[in-house]
Design a protein around this ligand. Structure first.
Ligand code: ZN
Length: 169
């Protein structure tokens, strides 16, 4: 899917996002279309939207210009959509795969969202030692995903894309 450029509220380029994300940001009123495709429009239920090439955020966000997103507990929970990596139920805690007491780092690849029970059950062990399978391997968020986290947009919000089809005018 083609990329759309995202400008901060002050017009500084921030990132590129997929067309899908761009449309969601506009539909959620988080961004306005600054530049649209001259011909193509997207059609939803009773609404037409120009295909955005450049969008601008309505509100200024602080997103550092770096390729790597800063690690945070909140970020891990958001990345994993508050689902426990061991049982899939609602997660409120962050578990270190290699426990911190064994030198495990506060990093995207060493942490997963976990429910309090599983976190407690795993205790001071690695998943292998605890005999617990990790349902989803942790990953480092891309710059686009970091921007979405900063905007408070969940990955599942892209589901709003359903029903929107790019059409030639
Ligand atoms: Zn769990």
């Amino acid at each position: 899917m083609r990329n759309t450029l995202v400008l901060n509220a002050g017009y500084e380029p921030l990132s590129t996002v997929s067309l899908q994300r761009a449309v969601v940001l506009v539909l959620q009123d988080k961004a306005v279309v600054e530049q649209a495709h001259p011909v193509r429009v997207m059609r939803g239920t009773g609404v037409e939207l120009p295909v955005p090439r450049v969008i601008r955020l309505r509100r200024y966000v602080r997103v550092p210009f770096r390729q790597r997103a800063a690690w945070s507990r909140r970020g891990v929970l958001a990345r994993d959509q508050h689902r426990c990596a061991y049982c899939g139920r609602r997660a409120t805690t962050v578990d270190h795969l290699v426990p911190r007491s064994r030198g495990g780092a506060d990093s995207w690849l060493n942490t997963v969202a976990a429910c309090a029970e599983d976190n407690q059950r795993k205790a001071d062990r690695t998943p292998e030692q605890a005999g617990m399978a990790v349902l989803r391997q942790p990953f480092e968020p891309t710059p686009e995903a970091s921007l979405m986290l900063a905007l408070g947009l969940r990955r599942t919000d892209a589901g709003e894309w359903a029903g929107w089809l790019p059409l030639s005018a």
